[in-house]
Design a protein around this ligand. Structure first.
Ligand SMILES: Cc1cc2nc3c(=O)[nH]c(=O)nc-3n(C[C@H](O)[C@H](O)[C@H](O)COP(=O)(O)OP(=O)(O)OC[C@H]3O[C@@H](n4cnc5c(N)ncnc54)[C@H](O)[C@@H]3O)c2cc1C
Length: 503
């Protein structure tokens, strides 16, 4: 494996003024000394402005975002992913059963999808906006109800199947004029040489010469193709190969918890997002439209293998119990007092403070297989180095309890394309580290804050201890009644990225 890592080049992006020009997809065939052993593949070496490694939701969102900006829409982009779905034009049909993998997307993500022209497709397929959410725990001490009207919003979010999101982004990227090529393969190796001493490099030099001068990265794919690119974007998920090859270290831990996910059917349509904290972890019931809901149930790996293998009837009974009287009583508002307790507060009582606790609709049928995912928290210490940037789960993997993971990734995609556009506006090299560090400086604090909040929640709600239960109930109670607190929680969860309480 040919691994040459970038050295820290302290050069200033505004000093290095290589005139920008889009690269041609029909770049002249290249014979390099690097791959002289394979003449057939040498002739296929191509040059691109950007290689997006990973055509998942976040990688494709970056391609759409680049296609939507005047200064980036002519960039030559390679998308590398072996997922066969990317080779098809329309890979979902209306009559298909729901995909058990769904994402709760925030109003900020909905605006982003509208900006990049991908929302129309989502609206033509199954999706469910929700404007109400109920959160409670098994102790029966308290509950919190959130309503979009508490924050003067129309919706709290929308639940969309991952295949619908992926398909909408793929359709959008296919219909734009962005010069792109999808490689149905996987990244094998990546080489990046230090910048040569001369600050001015003629950008019309051959690919190998630019590579030797440190102006291009070289990628080798599993199918034998070689690509030369100005910028490599790692959008290749939690086990990112780009992150590994670039030598980025990570911080994180496994939660020793699995999430069981599946789709279930009701006999009425569900319009609310429900989440109950059980001793083993949270259980979420999310509306997805057409009388279907999605279940995300966090539990120990041992329990998850049991719940995956029990009969459908026993599983449905366990879900209905867990969303009702199982593990503890229904919460009653009287336990911690009424909303009068908070009447002295400036900003007042929230609009939904008098909304009663409700029992979620019963599940009557399993509408998909049950899948189990191990849960972990992982964060890359750096998101950017020379010619490399990480986005999405490649940069950060979070606990799914608040449905924020892919929303953070879409935020990365939007910011990175904006930073690339700013770089092009000033004639910068889009792979220059000082430019890419602007992206990191923008996204890292927001992502770290969200990770800390979610990790805190995970820990606070996984302990069964008398005094902590009371504190937890008080937190629910406050969140239920206090208008400014409720408003700032909703804004933060909506993707407005201001800190709860201090907004
Ligand atoms: C149970 C569960 C529930 C969740 N619910 C939510 C939710 O409600 N809301 C939310 O916002 N988030 C949610 N998430 C998180 C969300 O699913 C992830 O954040 C999201 O999938 C990350 O997208 P991505 O594109 O960064 O990575 P991925 O979806 O992992 O995509 C990575 C892509 O890279 C490709 N790839 C990998 N290696 C290579 C390689 N070497 N070469 C080329 N390609 C490669 C893969 O084929 C894949 O297509 C949930 C996660 C879990 C586990």
């Amino acid at each position: 494996m040919n691994r040459i890592f970038a050295t820290k080049a302290g050069s200033n992006v505004y000093r290095l003024r290589i005139p920008w020009r889009p690269l041609s997809n029909d770049a002249a065939p290249l014979l390099s000394s690097q791959n002289a052993g394979n003449p057939e593949k040498e002739s296929e070496a191509k040059q691109y402005d950007i290689a997006i490694v990973g055509g998942g939701m976040v990688g494709l969102a970056l391609a759409c975002s680049l296609a939507s900006r005047p200064l980036t829409r002519h960039l030559n982009v390679a998308i590398i992913d072996s997922n066969p779905a990317l080779g098809r034009k329309h890979f979902i049909k209306k009559e298909d059963l729901p995909d058990p993998r769904v994402s709760t997307i925030t109003p900020a993500t909905i605006s982003f999808f509208k900006d990049i022209g991908a929302w129309q497709f989502v609206e033509q397929h199954r999706h469910a906006y929700f404007d109400k959410m109920q959160v409670w725990d098994y102790t029966g001490l308290s509950y919190a109800k959130y309503n979009a009207r508490d924050a003067d919003k129309e919706v709290l979010g929308c639940v969309v199947e991952n295949t619908v999101l992926l398909s909408s982004l793929l359709s959008r990227v296919q219909e734009t004029d962005l010069p792109k090529k999808i490689y149905p393969s996987r990244l094998n190796s990546m080489s990046i040489l230090p910048n040569s001493s001369s600050s001015e490099v003629d950008s019309t030099l051959s690919m190998t010469a630019l590579f030797t001068h440190g102006r291009l990265a070289k990628l080798e794919l599993e199918d034998g193709n070689s690509l030369y690119v100005k910028l490599v974007v790692g959008a290749d998920g939690g086990k990112s190969r780009v992150r590994e090859l670039a030598g980025f270290r990570t911080t994180g831990w496994n939660y020793s918890q699995n999430a069981i996910i599946c789709t279930v059917e009701h006999d009425v349509e569900n319009h609310c997002a429900w989440q109950r904290f059980l001793p083993s972890g949270p259980l979420a019931l999310l509306p997805i439209g057409d009388k279907f809901s999605n279940i995300v149930w966090t539990m120990s790996p041992k329990e998850s293998s049991e719940f995956k293998s029990i009969t459908e009837d026993n599983f449905l009974e366990a879900v209905n119990r867990a969303l009702d009287y199982g593990y503890g009583p229904h919460p009653t508002p009287s336990i911690l007092g009424s909303s009068d307790l908070f009447s002295w507060l400036k900003g007042g009582i929230s609009k939904s403070a008098n909304d009663c606790f409700e029992i979620p609709p019963k599940v009557i049928k399993l509408a998909s297989e049950r899948m189990a995912f191990p849960l972990s928290l992982r964060h890359a210490n750096d998101y950017a180095s020379k010619r490399v940037a990480l986005i999405g789960d490649a940069a950060h993997t979070v606990h799914p309890l608040a449905g924020q993971g892919v929303n953070l990734g879409f935020g990365d995609a939007s910011t990175l394309s904006s930073v690339i556009s700013e770089g092009i506006a000033v004639g910068a090299d889009i792979g220059e580290v000082s430019l890419l560090k602007k992206y990191e400086a923008d996204r890292k604090p927001a992502n770290v804050m969200m990770m800390a909040v979610l990790d805190g929640f995970q820990k606070a709600y996984s302990v069964d201890f008398g005094p902590l239960n009371i504190l937890r109930a008080a937190a629910f109670h406050g969140a239920h009644h206090i208008s400014p607190l409720k408003k700032s929680i909703i804004s933060y969860a909506s993707g407005e990225m201001r800190l709860p309480l201090f907004a």
